[in-house]
Ligand binder design. Structure first.
Ligand code: IVH
Length: 668
């Protein structure tokens, strides 16, 4: 494109789109490197043509991650970004510029890892954590203190001595590889969208409105920047060592470097060592060590002159596309998968790579026999990031997305508002049927041993198991008629099926494979409904009153129980003895002191969890309602209650009570 004006407009549009995918959807569509390249091109054009500048250009902001539902505060010191480069030579040029700016003084430099997570600012007063704030738009951030408190490596009270009465420390909230893999396995199992990398998983988790779920996901934090008026030392390095002695996790890879040669050697060493680390890193950061020199060097509008980030190139490989297959999930979701000529990528052989959905496949514009770039940046499942168009064979045809289910031939339907195609033939499509049986028997569901992918397929093919209720008709004899199942295996399955009758109702609800109902939702829905009859009778409006249940989930639950086939399965499960209710409470524990009064719960509590308070309200004769209205009797408020809710309660004159007051009401 020759017209700079058009190109500038195009780049701004592209960057805005990618910013949205990155910050709002937590689902980046291009690599950081590609994003940076577009940004640099735009910066260069704007510099060259000042007339085209626009205060709203993406070059004028450091992307925002502000979200609704959190209190926002202004940062004491703005949270800037770092200038970055992909070449060691440019790091050396930065060092040279720094020397010149310092009138030839040789700066000691601190080399450290660039952690690939989400930035956080922690405020400590008198040795106690008072606030944790996300980066937000750099000027204002979200207050996420309750979520951050669940991260065990962040000290709530400092140890040691010598900390200033008031200071800020910044670092990165990360999700270690092990936690990331566990979370994605769980999500894959539930056919929930996977997190593309640990960075998105960390950012997404930090913004959850449910600190218990945050705690469960296993975040961690590394600290790398101390700010305040009375810091103990006048070098960055010594301050960070002091911070370590106060109880913060400071990376032991942080090193002082005294020359260009040492910087270069550090880059080589770290590019090797980072592969062994428990967390994702996407580069290194070099900082001038002396705070006095830092002060002299100062800041540009966007970043400090005293620091630079060196980014590692994501590892990618180029290989030939052999074919595209379309996987069918248990909910019928179709995923396009590229079958590749095997290629070695960061130590493992890659043969298959996901192309996620039709939109992404179309963007890639894959043709038969194409040479594809596979990347494994932060992902467990490698993905196709680009196509080498120059290597395309003449006459190669574009690969089309299937219009019919590859397993059963049924025309696919596209779910409104979503990128995925689904096979609607729930009861005739084999991978869906066997997938649901596999889910049902899974460890976190009914925990029935001895049935894996292969056995589920054999059970279906033999006509013994066409749905989950059929499992309860299996006998050792009927199982032993099947190929590959001996007496021992058959007994194990039958025993597992028997034992599954003791599994709590919450897990039964999860095991049913109701679309969009994951483990946490199943638990909440089951506890609120109390039993299956009540659950089957609940309307969409009632369901959306349950915490974390949105309209999509509510509709899905109603649709599920509206289908006669599902109702008949539920009846057969009930007849077989599967638990269809949460246990009755001991009458001694039940009271009617709350006499039908309605409660809205808001905020975070110390003495019991939110769910416990909900249960206490019910077992004492009260009712839980989702939102404040004229009819609400009380608001039970914990820490961090949303200001909008508080205002509404006050306006309507509804008493707002704390947890102590509530516990006193029920005589505890
Ligand atoms: S220093 C003013 N050090 O990278 C400089 N940042 O692109 C403050 N990051 O927003 C940042 N590891 O979220 C610094 N060792 C490290 C880092 C690091 C990761 C992140 C941080 C920052 C972004 C800048």
């Amino acid at each position: 494109m020759s017209d700079p004006k058009e190109r500038v407009a195009q780049l701004r549009h592209l960057l805005n789109e990618h910013n949205y995918h990155y910050y709002v959807e937590n689902d980046p569509q291009i690599s950081d490197r590609e994003f940076d390249a577009l940004m640099h091109e735009l910066e260069a054009l704007e510099l060259e043509h000042p007339g085209l500048d626009d205060p709203l250009s993406p070059t004028h902001r450091v992307g925002s991650d502000l979200s609704k539902g959190f209190e926002q505060v202004e940062h004491i010191y703005p949270m800037l970004s770092l200038a970055n480069t992909y070449s060691p030579a440019e790091v050396d040029q930065w060092l040279e510029r720094t020397r010149t700016a310092l009138m030839g003084e040789e700066p000691a430099v601190v080399g450290e890892l660039k952690f690939d997570g989400t930035g956080i600012s922690l405020i400590y007063e008198h040795g106690r954590l008072v606030r944790a704030v996300t980066r937000g738009d750099g000027t204002r951030g979200d207050v996420v203190t309750d979520n951050v408190k669940t991260i065990r490596s962040i000290p709530l009270e400092l140890r040691g001595e010598g900390w200033p009465d008031f200071f800020e420390i910044r670092g990165e909230i990360v999700m270690p590889w092990s936690a990331f893999e566990r979370l994605n396995e769980e999500r894959a199992f539930n056919e929930e969208p996977l997190f593309a990398n640990p960075r998105n998983a960390a950012a997404g988790t930090l913004k959850l409105q449910n600190p218990a779920e945050v705690a469960r996901r296993g975040l961690d934090a590394y600290l790398y920047y101390l700010l305040g008026d009375n810091l103990p030392f006048d070098t960055h390095y010594e301050n960070m060592q002091a911070a370590r002695s106060w109880g913060f996790r400071v990376s032991d890879r942080m090193t002082r470097l005294y020359s260009s040669a040492e910087v270069e050697a550090y880059i080589t060493r770290m590019d090797r060592e980072r592969k062994e680390l428990p967390v994702a890193t996407d580069g290194l950061v070099f900082k001038v060590d002396s705070l006095r020199q830092q002060l002299n060097l100062g800041f540009t509008a966007k970043s400090p002159r005293w620091a630079i980030a060196y980014k590692f190139a994501a590892e990618r490989a180029c290989t030939r596309l052999l074919s595209v297959s379309f996987d069918v999930g248990r909910m019928g979701t179709i995923t396009p998968v590229a079958n590749l000529e095997p290629v070695l990528l960061s130590g493992t052989v890659v043969k298959r790579a996901s192309m996620h959905n039709e939109d992404i496949m179309r963007q890639l514009d894959v043709h038969e026999g194409d040479m594809l770039y596979v990347e494994k940046g932060g992902e467990i499942i490698p993905k196709i990031v680009d196509v080498d168009r120059s290597a395309r064979q003449p006459g190669a045809l574009p690969v089309a997305f299937v219009s019919h289910c590859p397993a059963c031939g049924t025309p696919l339907v596209r779910v409104e508002g979503e990128a995925s195609w689904v096979c609607p033939n729930k009861w005739g499509c084999v991978p869906q049927i066997t997938g649901r049986v596999e889910h049902y028997v899974g460890r976190r569901m009914m925990n029935i041993d001895g049935i894996g992918e292969e056995t589920a397929a054999t059970l279906f093919a033999s006509g013994l198991v066409g749905n989950i209720a059929d499992l309860y008709d299996l006998t050792v004899d009927s199982l032993m008629t099947l190929d590959g199942i001996a007496r021992k295996g058959a007994e194990r399955i039958v025993q597992g099926v028997q034992a599954s009758k003791q599994v709590p109702f919450e897990r039964v609800v999860y095991a049913l494979s109701i679309p969009y109902v994951g483990e946490t939702t199943a638990k909440k829905v089951a506890r609120t409904a109390g039993n299956i009859d009540r659950l089957m009778a609940m309307t969409e409006t009632e369901l959306t009153g349950i915490e974390d249940v949105g309209p999509r989930i509510a509709r899905s639950i109603v649709d599920y129980f509206a289908a006669p086939v599902n109702r008949s399965i539920v009846e057969r499960l009930r007849a077989a003895g599967v638990r269809m209710a949460v246990p009755e409470r001991d009458p001694a524990e039940v009271s009617d002191v709350l006499g039908g009064k309605s409660f809205v719960i808001s905020g975070v509590f110390e003495r019991h969890s939110r769910d416990d308070y909900k249960a206490l309200i019910e077992s004492n004769g009260g009712r839980n309602v989702g939102s404040i209205s004229k009819k609400t009797d009380y608001v039970l408020a914990g820490a961090n209650m949303g200001p909008a809710k508080l205002e509404k309660a006050q306006k309507l004159g509804i008493p707002v009570i704390g947890e102590d007051e509530f516990l006193a009401m029920i005589g505890q």
